[in-house]
Design a protein around this ligand. Sequence first.
Ligand SMILES: [Zn+2]
Length: 160
Amino acid sequence: MKQLLQRLIAPVAALIPFLRAQQADAASKAVDPAWNLSEAEWKKRLSPAAFAVLRREGTERPFSSPLNEEHRKGTFVCAGCRLPLFSSKAKFDSGTGWPSFYQPLSNAVVTKVDFKLIVPRSEYHCRRCGGHQGHVFNDGPRPTGKRYCNNGVALAFIPG
Ligand SMILES: [Zn+2]
């Protein structure tokens, strides 16, 4: 009986990561229509460096962002649409040269799997404007064990 059950469940279980990835992919396109801007409009709003990261999924050079050294209390917002993404409470020094957080604010980012470096990585982006922020890894500190490795140029800091 147990064997039969395993035989039935295994193919379905194998599909789950695939289905999840598909779902996240579809969700990332369904951005807030008010923020569904054209490429020209984004270029006008953003610096070339922010455009390269947010709209082209680029990665800034490590240790290039002043937000690495930002230790005040406050909120990190999306540089594209100003949606609050991270609290300063969740920031930690990962030593990687990119601002790092152990968790995003609730309902702030959406994750999808990318295969740019062949090995699958979890890319995440702003829920509202769809702008690429960074990648999330499973080697972060407690309490979540996650490391949200964020491009500083994709964020703005609001103290307080
Ligand atoms: Zn945004």
